[in-house]
Design a protein around this ligand. Structure first.
Ligand code: TPP
Ligand code: MG
Length: 324
């Protein structure tokens, strides 16, 4: 069924929220205001939003070292996310996690796992729990192209396949695992072909088109929910900026970057909305303005929140003396 205007505007708003969050965070980081390190999601917004819009609040996602977009799309509040990046007590992990471990169980966003491929068996384990308890919940497991060569990926996907677990594997193929081009480490043209080795369906979609992502994920989620087992969905996408802060992008050309930037998922949906007369420029500007307000509020909230005290550092940590 085609999405309503209201749903399309929601997809647009969600992508703008992620984009602006990331741009703001990058700025704060470069100003030296924000501690830690960052892997930004700019360019890949259609993947997180297209996937999470096909999920219910009670469904779950697992995420990676590039998790902000996934968390926002699943419903983690910008306030708690921003506070987490500032290491504040009001952060979604109480300031203990930082950028690479964000999440909030209250909205079905498992604390992100930064070990490449590490979330695949965890997602399958969660899906096994849901199946045994007959809860009807589904897990969507986000991963990068780098994950498909990890042993954990093999074990996690295979287990989900043989037991028909309610999980959808979403591989965001952004063409590089840090500086390594995917074609140097995978012989297949489509990563989705890996799925055949596990006896599950594999599909490749345009990850720069939020509607295409949503269209591919929705049936995969319903298939998983109704006991049909897992699907592997490859989203072809691109991160517009470096892998992390220190990346000077010497492994790819500016021309290649420009080609992908011309496929910006936000500009694309904006153009579609205007062409179909479902939104005016003014309406889209109003969405952007509301997002700006939310963002400013999140930064103020994070800045004003109390910092994690040094004496709390060992809390939740197991040492020789036991749990703290
Ligand atoms: C098991 C493991 N090996 C190495 C790393 C270091 N590392 C962090 S991100 C990354 C690249 C991951 O590439 P990909 O899965 O394609 O995700 P992307 O960064 O492109 O989103 C690597 C090698 C890690 N976190 N975990
Ligand atoms: Mg990658």
């Amino acid at each position: 069924m085609p999405l309503s205007t209201e749903q399309l505007l929601h997809l647009y708003r969600q992508m703008v929220r992620i984009r602006r969050f990331e741009e703001k965070v990058n700025q704060l980081f470069l100003e030296g205001v924000m501690p830690g390190t960052l892997h930004l999601y700019i360019g890949q917004e259609a993947c997180a939003v297209g996937v999470c819009e096909a999920l219910q609040q009670t469904d779950w996602i697992t995420s990676t070292h590039r998790p902000h977009g996934h968390a926002i799309a699943k419903g983690v509040s910008m306030d708690s996310l921003m506070a987490e990046l500032f290491g504040k007590t009001t952060g979604c992990c109480g300031g203990y996690g930082g950028s690479m471990h964000v999440g909030d169980p209250a909205v079905g966003s498992l604390t992100a796992i930064a070990i490449v491929g590490g979330n695949t068996p965890v997602a399958s384990g969660m899906a096994l729990g849901f199946k045994l308890q007959k809860t009807g919940q589904v897990v969507c497991c986000f991963m990068g192209d780098g994950a498909v060569n990890e042993g954990a990926f093999h074990e996690g996907v295979n287990m989900a396949a043989i037991w028909d677990l309610p999980v959808v594997f979403i591989c965001e193929n952004n063409k590089y695992g840090a500086s390594t081009p995917v074609e140097q480490v995978v012989k297949l043209e489509k990563l989705a072909d890996r799925a055949h080795g596990y006896g599950i369906p594999g599909v490749t979609v345009d990850g720069m088109d939020v509607l295409a992502v949503h269209e591919a994920i929705a049936p995969a989620v319903e298939r998983a929910r109704s006991g049909g087992g897992p699907t592997f969905v490859e989203c072809e996408t691109y991160r517009f900026i470096g892998h992390s802060r220190s990346d000077t992008r010497g492994y790819r050309s500016r021309e290649e970057e420009a080609e992908w930037k011309a496929r910006d998922p936000i500009a694309r949906l904006a153009a579609q909305l205007k062409e179909s007369e479902q939104a005016t420029d003014e309406a889209l500007t109003a969405i952007a303005a509301a997002v700006e307000e939310e963002l400013e509020q999140a930064v103020a909230f994070a800045r004003e929140s109390p910092a994690r005290a040094p004496e709390d550092c060992l809390r939740h940590v197991f040492t020789e003396e036991g749990a703290h």
